[in-house]
Design a protein around this ligand. Structure first.
Ligand code: GLU
Length: 383
C-alpha cells in the first residue's frame, strides 16, 4: 500500500506541534547561491524561522548544517566542487569557519549564541565520545545556545561521500533525545514517481516501510553542491523513525510551515520505540571494515545470550580494520548476524583465533586478556 497522498491528510501534525527539542538539518543546496558560495539571504531566511521557533523558550533547536565545502570553494580559488576527497576536506576546513561565522552573525540579530559541534557518525556510538558529545549538546541547550553541528570532515568523510549530513542528523536526533527531526533540502518531499511528470503526487505521510514499497527514490541531488539526494534522506528518516523520532522531510522554503505542523513535505511516523541505545550508528549507518566468522557456539553466545565475542569463538577473519572499527560478525554460512566495534587490529587476530584468553594473556601479556568484541559494543542484526 502506498502512503497517504497529498490532500488526504491535511490535519495538523500533533507530534510536530508538541515537540520541544527539535533537530533541523539543512543541506548545502539550500544555503548556497547558483555560483556555489554561501547565500547570506538564504542563511538569514532559515535563521529567521529557527529563531522564531525557539522564541519564548518553549522549544530547543539543534541545527545540523552542511555547506562547509560549498563555502570553502571560492576562497580557495576552486570553481566547482573538487572530485578528490583531500581537496573537498580542505574546502570544508576553510568553509566551516565561514559557515559558522555566518550563522553567528545571523543568529546575533536575535541575540542567540551559536556553538559549533563537529562530529562523526562513530562519535555517537563510542562510549566516551557519545557521553561527551551528549553532555556538550545538553549544556549548550541548557545555557540557551544553539548548537550548529556538521560532520568533522577532517577526520571522517562518510557524509561527504554520500550523505550530505542526512544520516548524521538522524544520529544527532537520537543522541539529544529529540522529539522531532526536520530534514530540509531543495526537494519538497517524497513523491510516488518523478515529480516533473504530470500525475505524480507527494506522499504526505509514511507509517512504515510498506508505504514506500514500489516507490522509486532518486539518488542524485538537484543542485550538484551536496551529496545526499532523496535516498539518503529517506534512509535517515527511517533510522530516526525506527528510533522513535518523527520526521518531516521537506524543502527549506517550507521550513516555517513544517515546524508549525503544517501539511508540507513527507511526514514519517515513528516506527520503533525510543531508547537510549548508544549503538544506533553501528546498527544502521556504519560501514563494516571487515568481518569475523564465528563458530556455532560463539554465534549462540553472541546472538542468543548477548555475550561478548572471545578469541576462542572465531574461525576466520577478513578485511583490513584497526582496533575500534566496526566489523561484521558472520555465522558459518556467511550470514551477517551482528555488528561490533572490534578491540584488535585485523593483523593481530590470526594468532588469537581459537585460543583461550587466559592462555593468550600468559603468552602475550595482560593486554590480550580481553574480548575481541565486547558486548557493550555489539548489536545483533534482525534475521
Ligand atoms: N560536511 C559536508 C559539508 O558541510 C557535507 C556536505 C557535502 O557533502 O556537501 O559541506
Amino acid at each position: 500500500m502506498a502512503g497517504a497522498r497529498q490532500g488526504e491528510a491535511a490535519a495538523v501534525r500533533q507530534p510536530v506541534v508538541e515537540a520541544r527539542r527539535i533537530v533541523v538539518k539543512v543541506g548545502s543546496s539550500s544555503l548556497t547561491t547558483a555560483a556555489g558560495g554561501l547565500d547570506a539571504d538564504r542563511v538569514d531566511a532559515l535563521v529567521d524561522v529557527l529563531a522564531k521557533c525557539r522564541a519564548g523558550g518553549a522549544k530547543e533547536v539543534v541545527l545540523v548544517s552542511s555547506g562547509a565545502i560549498a563555502a570553502g570553494l571560492a576562497p580557495l580559488g576552486l570553481r566547482r566542487r573538487p572530485k578528490d576527497l583531500a581537496r573537498q576536506q580542505a574546502a570544508a576546513s576553510v568553509g566551516q569557519g565561514l559557515l559558522v561565522a555566518r550563522y553567528t552573525a545571523s543568529f546575533a540579530r536575535y541575540g542567540v549564541r551559536v556553538g559549533q559541534v563537529l562530529l562523526t557518525g562513530d562519535d555517537t556510538s563510542r562510549r566516551a565520545h557519545h557521553r561527551n558529545a551528549s553532555r556538550t549538546l545538553d549544556k549548550l541547550l541548557a545555557m540557551g545556545a544553539l548548537p550548529v553541528v556538521n560532520e568533522n570532515d577532517t577526520v571522517a568523510t562518510d557524509e561527504i561521500r554520500f550523505g550530505d549530513n542526512d544520516r548524521l542528523a538522524a544520529l544527532v536526533a537520537h543522541l539529544v533525545h529529540a522529539d522531532l527531526l526536520v530534514l530540509l533540502s531543495d526537494v519538497d518531499g517524497v513523491y510516488d514517481g518523478d515529480p516533473s511528470r504530470p500525475g505524480t503526487s507527494r506522499i504526505a505521510q509514511v507509517r512504515g516501510p510498506a508505504d514506500l514499497a514500489g516507490v522509486e527514490i532518486g539518488s542524485a541531488g538537484k543542485a550538484g553542491v551536496g551529496t545526499g539526494g532523496m535516498a539518503t534522506k529517506v534512509e535517515a528518516a527511517r533510522i530516526a523513525a525506527a528510533a522513535g523520532i518523527p520526521v518531516v522531510l521537506t524543502s527549506a522554503v517550507h521550513a516555517a510551515d513544517a515546524l508549525s505542523g503544517g501539511d508540507t513535505g513527507t511526514y514519517f511516523h515513528p516506527t520503533g520505540k525510543r531508547s537510549a541505545d548508544r549503538l544506533l550508528w553501528l546498527q544502521h549507518a556504519s560501514t563494516p571494515q571487515g568481518s569475523l566468522t564465528l563458530d556455532d557456539g560463539a554465534v549462540r553466545a553472541v546472538v542468543e545470550d548477548r555475550r561478548s565475542l572471545l578469541p576462542a569463538g572465531i574461525a576466520a577473519v577478513e578485511g583490513e580494520f584497526t582496533a575500534g572499527d566496526p566489523v561484521e560478525l558472520r555465522d558459518g554460512r556467511g550470514r551477517a548476524v551482528a555488528r561490533g566495534l572490534v578491540n584488535f587490529d585485523a593483523k593481530e587476530i590470526p594468532r588469537l583465533i581459537g585460543r583461550s584468553t587466559r592462555e593468550l594473556a600468559r603468552e602475550l601479556g595482560p593486554a590480550y586478556e580481553r574480548e575481541v568484541v565486547h558486548r557493550d559494543g555489539l548489536v545483533v542484526l534482525e534475521p
